[in-house]
Design a binder for this molecule. Structure first.
Ligand code: NDP
Ligand code: OXD
Length: 303
Protein backbone atom coordinates (compact mmCIF):
# COMPACT_ATOMS: atom_id res chain seq x y z
CA UNK A 1 0.00 0.00 0.00
CA UNK A 2 1.54 3.34 -1.01
CA UNK A 3 0.38 6.89 -1.62
CA UNK A 4 1.66 8.53 -4.78
CA UNK A 5 2.20 12.24 -4.06
CA UNK A 6 1.89 14.66 -6.98
CA UNK A 7 2.23 18.15 -5.58
CA UNK A 8 4.84 20.76 -4.72
CA UNK A 9 8.31 20.10 -3.24
CA UNK A 10 7.43 22.38 -0.28
CA UNK A 11 4.43 20.21 0.53
CA UNK A 12 6.45 17.01 0.02
CA UNK A 13 9.01 18.24 2.56
CA UNK A 14 6.23 18.32 5.20
CA UNK A 15 4.44 15.13 4.15
CA UNK A 16 7.50 12.86 3.88
CA UNK A 17 8.53 12.92 7.58
CA UNK A 18 4.89 12.66 8.70
CA UNK A 19 4.30 9.56 6.55
CA UNK A 20 7.59 8.08 7.74
CA UNK A 21 6.67 8.60 11.38
CA UNK A 22 3.24 7.05 10.76
CA UNK A 23 4.88 4.03 9.10
CA UNK A 24 3.07 4.72 5.80
CA UNK A 25 4.69 4.53 2.37
CA UNK A 26 4.85 7.81 0.41
CA UNK A 27 6.12 7.91 -3.17
CA UNK A 28 6.96 11.44 -4.32
CA UNK A 29 6.48 11.93 -8.07
CA UNK A 30 5.69 9.45 -10.84
CA UNK A 31 9.38 9.07 -11.69
CA UNK A 32 9.90 7.51 -8.26
CA UNK A 33 7.32 4.74 -8.86
CA UNK A 34 9.23 1.46 -9.13
CA UNK A 35 6.18 -0.82 -9.03
CA UNK A 36 2.88 0.75 -10.21
CA UNK A 37 1.01 -2.13 -8.54
CA UNK A 38 1.94 -0.89 -5.07
CA UNK A 39 0.17 2.48 -5.60
CA UNK A 40 -3.19 2.35 -3.82
CA UNK A 41 -3.69 6.09 -3.14
CA UNK A 42 -2.94 9.20 -5.15
CA UNK A 43 -2.86 12.80 -3.93
CA UNK A 44 -2.99 15.58 -6.55
CA UNK A 45 -4.91 18.64 -7.76
CA UNK A 46 -5.60 16.94 -11.10
CA UNK A 47 -4.64 13.28 -11.72
CA UNK A 48 -2.45 12.11 -14.60
CA UNK A 49 -4.44 10.99 -17.68
CA UNK A 50 -3.34 7.37 -17.51
CA UNK A 51 -4.72 6.13 -14.20
CA UNK A 52 -4.89 2.61 -15.71
CA UNK A 53 -1.16 2.50 -15.06
CA UNK A 54 -2.00 1.88 -11.38
CA UNK A 55 -4.04 -1.34 -11.32
CA UNK A 56 -4.55 -1.30 -7.53
CA UNK A 57 -5.50 2.35 -7.17
CA UNK A 58 -8.37 2.69 -4.67
CA UNK A 59 -8.56 6.35 -3.72
CA UNK A 60 -7.71 9.71 -5.31
CA UNK A 61 -7.38 12.58 -2.82
CA UNK A 62 -7.89 16.11 -4.17
CA UNK A 63 -5.53 18.59 -2.54
CA UNK A 64 -8.23 21.26 -2.02
CA UNK A 65 -11.74 21.47 -0.62
CA UNK A 66 -13.30 21.69 -4.08
CA UNK A 67 -13.04 18.85 -6.61
CA UNK A 68 -14.73 20.35 -9.67
CA UNK A 69 -11.40 20.19 -11.56
CA UNK A 70 -11.35 16.38 -11.15
CA UNK A 71 -12.48 14.00 -13.91
CA UNK A 72 -14.88 11.17 -13.11
CA UNK A 73 -12.85 8.36 -11.53
CA UNK A 74 -12.69 4.89 -13.08
CA UNK A 75 -14.98 2.26 -11.53
CA UNK A 76 -13.70 1.12 -8.16
CA UNK A 77 -11.71 4.31 -7.47
CA UNK A 78 -13.11 6.61 -4.76
CA UNK A 79 -12.66 10.37 -4.85
CA UNK A 80 -11.95 12.25 -1.64
CA UNK A 81 -11.53 16.00 -1.08
CA UNK A 82 -9.23 17.46 1.53
CA UNK A 83 -11.07 18.24 4.73
CA UNK A 84 -8.95 20.52 6.90
CA UNK A 85 -10.06 22.94 9.61
CA UNK A 86 -7.58 25.55 8.35
CA UNK A 87 -9.25 25.78 4.92
CA UNK A 88 -12.67 26.17 6.48
CA UNK A 89 -11.60 28.76 9.03
CA UNK A 90 -9.69 30.81 6.42
CA UNK A 91 -12.66 30.94 4.04
CA UNK A 92 -14.95 31.77 6.97
CA UNK A 93 -12.63 34.69 7.83
CA UNK A 94 -12.61 35.95 4.24
CA UNK A 95 -16.40 35.76 4.06
CA UNK A 96 -16.87 37.60 7.36
CA UNK A 97 -14.35 40.29 6.31
CA UNK A 98 -16.10 40.71 2.95
CA UNK A 99 -19.58 40.82 4.45
CA UNK A 100 -18.47 43.55 6.85
CA UNK A 101 -16.69 45.47 4.09
CA UNK A 102 -19.79 45.57 1.91
CA UNK A 103 -22.15 46.15 4.83
CA UNK A 104 -20.09 49.15 6.01
CA UNK A 105 -19.68 50.63 2.51
CA UNK A 106 -15.94 50.07 2.18
CA UNK A 107 -15.93 50.05 -1.67
CA UNK A 108 -17.32 53.59 -1.53
CA UNK A 109 -14.86 54.71 1.17
CA UNK A 110 -11.94 53.21 -0.78
CA UNK A 111 -13.03 55.22 -3.81
CA UNK A 112 -13.32 58.36 -1.68
CA UNK A 113 -9.89 57.68 -0.20
CA UNK A 114 -8.42 57.66 -3.71
CA UNK A 115 -9.80 61.17 -4.13
CA UNK A 116 -8.87 62.32 -0.61
CA UNK A 117 -12.55 62.90 0.10
CA UNK A 118 -13.72 63.10 3.76
CA UNK A 119 -17.46 62.36 3.55
CA UNK A 120 -19.39 60.16 5.95
CA UNK A 121 -22.53 58.19 5.08
CA UNK A 122 -25.24 56.50 7.14
CA UNK A 123 -23.89 53.83 9.46
CA UNK A 124 -25.91 50.62 9.09
CA UNK A 125 -26.34 48.08 11.91
CA UNK A 126 -25.71 44.38 11.55
CA UNK A 127 -28.84 43.71 13.59
CA UNK A 128 -31.69 43.67 11.12
CA UNK A 129 -29.44 43.15 8.09
CA UNK A 130 -30.32 39.89 6.39
CA UNK A 131 -27.56 37.61 5.16
CA UNK A 132 -28.33 34.63 2.91
CA UNK A 133 -25.77 31.86 2.59
CA UNK A 134 -25.94 29.61 -0.50
CA UNK A 135 -24.33 26.33 0.57
CA UNK A 136 -24.77 25.41 4.23
CA UNK A 137 -22.02 22.80 4.25
CA UNK A 138 -18.85 22.82 6.32
CA UNK A 139 -17.81 26.37 5.42
CA UNK A 140 -21.29 27.89 5.12
CA UNK A 141 -22.11 26.65 8.61
CA UNK A 142 -18.98 28.23 10.11
CA UNK A 143 -19.73 31.54 8.39
CA UNK A 144 -23.37 31.42 9.51
CA UNK A 145 -22.36 30.92 13.14
CA UNK A 146 -19.91 33.84 13.21
CA UNK A 147 -22.18 36.25 11.33
CA UNK A 148 -25.12 35.42 13.52
CA UNK A 149 -22.98 36.02 16.62
CA UNK A 150 -22.35 39.47 15.14
CA UNK A 151 -26.16 39.96 15.09
CA UNK A 152 -26.75 39.57 11.34
CA UNK A 153 -30.03 37.76 10.56
CA UNK A 154 -28.72 34.67 8.77
CA UNK A 155 -30.69 32.26 6.58
CA UNK A 156 -29.29 29.41 4.49
CA UNK A 157 -30.02 27.59 1.27
CA UNK A 158 -28.85 24.08 0.37
CA UNK A 159 -29.77 21.21 -1.90
CA UNK A 160 -31.42 19.22 0.88
CA UNK A 161 -32.65 22.08 3.07
CA UNK A 162 -31.13 20.07 5.93
CA UNK A 163 -31.44 21.85 9.30
CA UNK A 164 -28.21 23.39 10.64
CA UNK A 165 -28.18 24.57 14.27
CA UNK A 166 -31.13 26.94 14.68
CA UNK A 167 -30.79 28.52 11.23
CA UNK A 168 -33.67 28.51 8.79
CA UNK A 169 -32.34 26.61 5.76
CA UNK A 170 -34.35 26.66 2.55
CA UNK A 171 -34.20 23.72 0.15
CA UNK A 172 -34.18 23.79 -3.63
CA UNK A 173 -37.85 24.73 -3.95
CA UNK A 174 -37.37 27.63 -1.51
CA UNK A 175 -34.75 29.50 -3.55
CA UNK A 176 -36.95 32.50 -4.37
CA UNK A 177 -38.05 32.95 -0.74
CA UNK A 178 -34.43 32.66 0.37
CA UNK A 179 -33.23 35.25 -2.17
CA UNK A 180 -35.90 37.72 -1.07
CA UNK A 181 -34.33 37.57 2.43
CA UNK A 182 -30.74 38.16 1.30
CA UNK A 183 -29.63 41.79 1.69
CA UNK A 184 -26.15 40.32 1.51
CA UNK A 185 -25.87 37.14 -0.57
CA UNK A 186 -22.93 34.84 0.14
CA UNK A 187 -22.09 32.03 -2.28
CA UNK A 188 -20.25 29.02 -0.85
CA UNK A 189 -21.52 26.38 -3.25
CA UNK A 190 -19.42 23.67 -4.89
CA UNK A 191 -19.28 23.87 -8.68
CA UNK A 192 -21.51 21.20 -10.21
CA UNK A 193 -23.73 20.93 -13.29
CA UNK A 194 -26.53 22.37 -11.13
CA UNK A 195 -24.63 25.36 -9.75
CA UNK A 196 -22.73 26.42 -12.90
CA UNK A 197 -23.94 29.91 -13.84
CA UNK A 198 -26.34 30.10 -10.88
CA UNK A 199 -25.37 33.71 -10.06
CA UNK A 200 -27.12 35.19 -13.10
CA UNK A 201 -29.51 37.98 -14.11
CA UNK A 202 -32.58 36.01 -13.06
CA UNK A 203 -31.15 35.43 -9.59
CA UNK A 204 -29.98 39.03 -9.09
CA UNK A 205 -33.50 40.24 -9.98
CA UNK A 206 -34.92 38.23 -7.08
CA UNK A 207 -32.70 39.84 -4.43
CA UNK A 208 -33.85 42.88 -2.43
CA UNK A 209 -33.00 45.95 -4.55
CA UNK A 210 -29.47 47.16 -3.75
CA UNK A 211 -28.24 43.85 -2.32
CA UNK A 212 -24.55 42.97 -2.00
CA UNK A 213 -22.77 39.86 -3.30
CA UNK A 214 -19.97 37.95 -1.55
CA UNK A 215 -18.62 35.12 -3.71
CA UNK A 216 -16.08 32.53 -2.60
CA UNK A 217 -17.49 29.40 -4.29
CA UNK A 218 -16.21 28.97 -7.84
CA UNK A 219 -15.85 31.50 -10.66
CA UNK A 220 -17.94 29.53 -13.16
CA UNK A 221 -20.99 30.00 -10.94
CA UNK A 222 -20.98 33.74 -11.72
CA UNK A 223 -22.14 35.52 -14.88
CA UNK A 224 -19.87 38.56 -14.58
CA UNK A 225 -21.71 40.55 -17.28
CA UNK A 226 -25.06 39.94 -15.57
CA UNK A 227 -23.44 41.17 -12.36
CA UNK A 228 -22.30 44.35 -14.11
CA UNK A 229 -25.80 44.95 -15.41
CA UNK A 230 -27.23 44.41 -11.92
CA UNK A 231 -24.70 46.91 -10.53
CA UNK A 232 -25.62 49.41 -13.25
CA UNK A 233 -29.37 49.18 -12.55
CA UNK A 234 -28.83 49.31 -8.78
CA UNK A 235 -30.17 45.78 -8.28
CA UNK A 236 -26.76 45.14 -6.73
CA UNK A 237 -24.81 47.77 -4.80
CA UNK A 238 -21.42 46.09 -4.53
CA UNK A 239 -19.58 42.77 -4.69
CA UNK A 240 -16.56 41.08 -3.17
CA UNK A 241 -15.19 38.25 -5.29
CA UNK A 242 -12.48 35.76 -4.39
CA UNK A 243 -13.33 33.72 -7.46
CA UNK A 244 -13.97 35.13 -10.93
CA UNK A 245 -15.07 34.03 -14.37
CA UNK A 246 -12.60 33.47 -15.96
CA UNK A 247 -9.72 32.82 -13.60
CA UNK A 248 -7.28 34.46 -13.57
CA UNK A 249 -9.21 37.57 -14.54
CA UNK A 250 -7.50 39.28 -17.52
CA UNK A 251 -5.89 42.59 -16.57
CA UNK A 252 -8.14 44.39 -19.08
CA UNK A 253 -11.38 43.09 -17.54
CA UNK A 254 -13.94 45.79 -16.63
CA UNK A 255 -14.31 44.45 -13.07
CA UNK A 256 -10.75 45.43 -12.06
CA UNK A 257 -11.44 49.12 -12.53
CA UNK A 258 -14.96 49.15 -11.13
CA UNK A 259 -15.06 50.73 -7.65
CA UNK A 260 -18.19 48.75 -6.78
CA UNK A 261 -16.30 45.46 -7.09
CA UNK A 262 -13.43 44.31 -4.87
CA UNK A 263 -11.48 41.30 -6.10
CA UNK A 264 -8.99 39.00 -4.40
CA UNK A 265 -7.19 36.38 -6.54
CA UNK A 266 -8.63 33.12 -5.15
CA UNK A 267 -6.76 33.44 -1.86
CA UNK A 268 -9.57 32.97 0.65
CA UNK A 269 -7.77 29.83 1.81
CA UNK A 270 -4.94 27.49 1.17
CA UNK A 271 -4.32 24.01 2.49
CA UNK A 272 -1.95 23.85 5.41
CA UNK A 273 0.61 21.18 4.45
CA UNK A 274 0.56 19.35 7.80
CA UNK A 275 -3.24 19.37 7.99
CA UNK A 276 -3.41 17.98 4.45
CA UNK A 277 -0.99 15.20 5.41
CA UNK A 278 -2.99 14.35 8.55
CA UNK A 279 -6.14 14.12 6.42
CA UNK A 280 -4.41 11.88 3.86
CA UNK A 281 -3.12 9.61 6.64
CA UNK A 282 -6.65 9.35 8.02
CA UNK A 283 -7.89 8.39 4.52
CA UNK A 284 -5.19 5.72 4.16
CA UNK A 285 -6.05 4.27 7.58
CA UNK A 286 -9.79 4.34 6.88
CA UNK A 287 -9.39 2.52 3.58
CA UNK A 288 -7.20 -0.12 5.21
CA UNK A 289 -9.96 -0.68 7.78
CA UNK A 290 -12.75 -0.50 5.17
CA UNK A 291 -14.23 2.41 7.14
CA UNK A 292 -15.93 5.53 5.72
CA UNK A 293 -13.39 7.72 3.96
CA UNK A 294 -13.19 11.24 5.43
CA UNK A 295 -14.16 13.80 2.78
CA UNK A 296 -15.52 11.22 0.34
CA UNK A 297 -17.16 12.83 -2.69
CA UNK A 298 -20.41 11.54 -4.12
CA UNK A 299 -19.37 11.52 -7.77
CA UNK A 300 -22.96 11.43 -9.04
CA UNK A 301 -23.81 14.57 -7.04
CA UNK A 302 -20.46 16.16 -7.93
CA UNK A 303 -19.47 17.26 -4.41
P1 NDP B 1 -19.66 21.12 1.55
O1 NDP B 1 -19.73 19.95 0.63
O2 NDP B 1 -19.46 20.87 3.01
O3 NDP B 1 -21.02 21.96 1.41
C1 NDP B 1 -21.60 22.22 0.18
C2 NDP B 1 -22.97 22.85 0.41
O4 NDP B 1 -23.52 23.25 -0.85
C3 NDP B 1 -23.99 21.89 1.05
O5 NDP B 1 -24.80 22.58 1.97
C4 NDP B 1 -24.82 21.43 -0.15
O6 NDP B 1 -26.14 21.04 0.16
C5 NDP B 1 -24.83 22.71 -0.97
N1 NDP B 1 -25.14 22.43 -2.37
C6 NDP B 1 -24.46 21.66 -3.25
N2 NDP B 1 -25.09 21.63 -4.45
C7 NDP B 1 -26.19 22.40 -4.31
C8 NDP B 1 -27.25 22.75 -5.18
N3 NDP B 1 -27.31 22.30 -6.44
N4 NDP B 1 -28.23 23.55 -4.72
C9 NDP B 1 -28.21 23.99 -3.43
N5 NDP B 1 -27.22 23.69 -2.54
C10 NDP B 1 -26.23 22.90 -2.99
O7 NDP B 1 -18.55 22.10 0.98
P2 NDP B 1 -17.64 23.17 1.76
O8 NDP B 1 -18.50 24.01 2.60
O9 NDP B 1 -16.48 22.50 2.37
O10 NDP B 1 -17.05 24.00 0.50
C11 NDP B 1 -17.92 24.63 -0.40
C12 NDP B 1 -17.16 25.16 -1.60
O11 NDP B 1 -16.37 26.30 -1.25
C13 NDP B 1 -16.14 24.22 -2.24
O12 NDP B 1 -16.75 23.25 -3.05
C14 NDP B 1 -15.30 25.18 -3.07
O13 NDP B 1 -15.89 25.37 -4.33
C15 NDP B 1 -15.40 26.49 -2.26
N6 NDP B 1 -14.10 26.79 -1.66
C16 NDP B 1 -13.48 27.95 -2.05
C17 NDP B 1 -12.26 28.29 -1.52
C18 NDP B 1 -11.60 29.57 -1.89
O14 NDP B 1 -10.40 29.72 -1.63
N7 NDP B 1 -12.30 30.53 -2.47
C19 NDP B 1 -11.56 27.41 -0.56
C20 NDP B 1 -12.32 26.25 -0.18
C21 NDP B 1 -13.54 25.96 -0.74
P3 NDP B 1 -26.46 19.78 1.13
O15 NDP B 1 -26.15 20.27 2.53
O16 NDP B 1 -27.90 19.53 0.93
O17 NDP B 1 -25.57 18.65 0.68
C1 OXD C 1 -10.04 24.79 -2.52
C2 OXD C 1 -9.67 26.11 -3.00
O1 OXD C 1 -10.96 24.20 -3.06
O2 OXD C 1 -8.56 26.56 -2.72
O3 OXD C 1 -9.43 24.33 -1.54
O4 OXD C 1 -10.47 26.79 -3.66
Amino acid sequence: MALLFLSTPERAAVWAPMFKEAGEHLVVGEDAVSDPAEITHLMCWVPPKDLQRYPNLKVVIGSGAGVDQMPRMPDGVALVRTVAPGIEEMVRDWVVMSTLMLHRGMPQYLKQADAGQWTGHDVPRARGTRVGIMGMGRIGTLAARTLSQMEFDVVGWSRSGRAVDDFVVYGNDGLDDFLALSDILICLLPLTDETRGILNADLFAKLPHGAHLVHAGRGAQLDMDAMKQALDTGALTSAMLDVTNPEPLPDTHWAWGDPRVVITPHIAANTDHAEGARHALAVVRASRENADLPGRVDQDRGY
